[in-house]
Design a protein around this ligand. Structure first.
Ligand SMILES: Cc1cc2nc3c(=O)[nH]c(=O)nc-3n(C[C@H](O)[C@H](O)[C@H](O)COP(=O)(O)OP(=O)(O)OC[C@H]3O[C@@H](n4cnc5c(N)ncnc54)[C@H](O)[C@@H]3O)c2cc1C
Length: 392
């Protein structure tokens, strides 16, 4: 079926998809990216790259460009619902807890660094078809054929579904989303903001936490600001159906500080990430020559703080596995699945363990959650927090 050698179609040009294009491209594959969005995404939300992802970034030669865009140090500030300061975790303590090998950036910055690397090192212009998705996938022992929404077909040796939590490739090849989705009964909304709201600290993650919800504002530097809303919900699907503006107003409308202005700003039509917090539990990420990568495969969720790291690290390990067994793609994919699975499951466990942190169910839980933060600058507590963050 496939008449090209070592051609890979990658659905989704997020961190996982772009990292796969770079890694496989450098290993001699010819990538084609299929991206549903009409153009490249910018901004996104703030995230921390560490562990496997940081190691992969180093091996892939991305650290200088990532470091250039990363925030060097930031503090955690907590305010009341009216915006009055409560307590602060100083930046040196935050750095000590995170460790040295990590970088905090906007998602769009990581994607931009990957995109530039693909263009410089694999193919210029970057082979992306925007504004289109996959309608059908067929495969045999020799290759895989993808039919796109515009009726065209593309043949390849390998298809990577890197199309996120609601993956179309997963649905077409593995089965309906509901078979794999584990809801953590929370909603997350995140969006970038152009102007620093009055009274918000620079170089800080400032949060207002209340029973059932947390709202945070991240200032990572000029032009790099994002707001996050996380709340518990018995019925995430019903809230998603309401839309971000209505659901967030219902959940946060009683809070003061910058919250009313941020909610009002949602009417401007700028993009908002609004979704349920859900993990993907897929027994095997491979079906023949089709493989899932990133959130499409495992989605550890923001509660694990490791999805971008796994997306980047998973792409790097996929490249390594295919380099080790170039003649037997299915065997390379199985080896990759077996190697990565324990890491993904470990971070899924962490995601589930951290669930209550963002939406404490009562005042006691809220108080207890804050105790270690209030004491974080004390060296023994710093060490405990370091241990918690880096343990399985
Ligand atoms: C608020 C928040 C904070 C987070 N913080 C952290 C953190 O601190 N550290 C960390 O490591 N991770 C964090 N994460 C998780 C991390 O952002 C994700 O795990 C990671 O970005 C997943 O990347 P991905 O490429 O797999 O998926 P996505 O980013 O979802 O990208 C999927 C791509 O596929 C495209 N697409 C979707 N459907 C289709 C289709 N049908 N056809 C074609 N294209 C399609 C999309 O437009 C998108 O470009 C956070 C997540 C959130 C929401």
């Amino acid at each position: 079926m496939a008449n090209h050698t070592r051609r890979v179609i990658i659905v989704g040009a997020g961190i996982a998809g772009l990292a796969a294009a770079l890694r496989l491209g450098e290993a001699g594959w010819s990538p084609l990216l299929i991206e549903r969005a009409p153009e490249r995404r910018g901004g996104g939300y703030a995230l921390n790259l560490s562990g496997l992802g940081y190691d992969a970034a180093e091996r892939m030669g991305l650290l200088p460009a990532l470091t250039e865009r990363a925030v060097d140090a930031f503090e955690l500030a907590y305010v009341t619902a009216a915006g009055r300061p409560r307590f602060t975790v100083p930046s040196r303590t935050v750095q000590a807890v995170l460790g040295e090998r990590n970088a905090t950036l906007l998602r769009g910055d990581i994607e931009a660094v990957l995109y530039d690397a693909v263009r410089a090192r694999v193919c210029d212009p970057v082979p992306i078809r925007f504004g289109v998705t996959v309608d059908a996938v067929a495969q045999d022992a020799d290759g895989v054929r993808v039919t796109l929404g515009d009726g065209t077909t593309e043949d390849a040796d390998l298809l990577i579904g890197a199309d996120g939590l609601h993956s179309r490739v997963r649905e077409l090849v593995f089965g309906p989303e509901r078979e794999f989705r584990r809801d953590l009964n929370h909603l997350i909304a995140a969006f970038t903001v152009d102007e620093l709201p009055a009274g918000v600290r620079e170089r800080a993650f400032t949060s207002v936490a209340a029973v059932g919800r947390t709202m945070s504002f991240a200032h990572l530097g000029p032009g790099r600001m994002a707001a996050f809303f996380t709340h518990g919900s018995p019925d995430p699907d019903a809230e998603l159906a309401m839309g971000a503006r209505a659901a967030l107003t219902r959940a946060y409308g009683d809070l003061g500080w910058i919250v009313p202005d941020l909610l009002a700003g949602l009417d401007s039509g700028s993009p908002v990430y609004f979704d349920s917090v859900s993990q993907m539990v897929v027994d095997q990420w491979i079906r023949g020559r089709v493989v899932l990568l990133g959130d499409a495969a495992w989605c550890v969720t923001l509660f694990a703080g490791y999805g971008a790291s796994l997306a980047l690290g998973g792409a790097d390990r996929l490249g390594l596995a295919l380099e080790h067994q170039p003649a037997d793609i299915p065997a390379a994919l199985r080896a990759w699945d077996a190697e990565l699975r324990p890491m993904a499951e470990k971070h899924q466990r962490r995601g589930r363990r951290n669930t209550g942190l963002h939406a404490p169910t009562g005042r006691l839980e809220l108080f207890l959650r804050e105790v270690p933060l209030r004491l974080a600058a004390l060296p023994p507590v710093t060490r405990i927090l370091q241990h918690r963050l880096h343990r399985a």
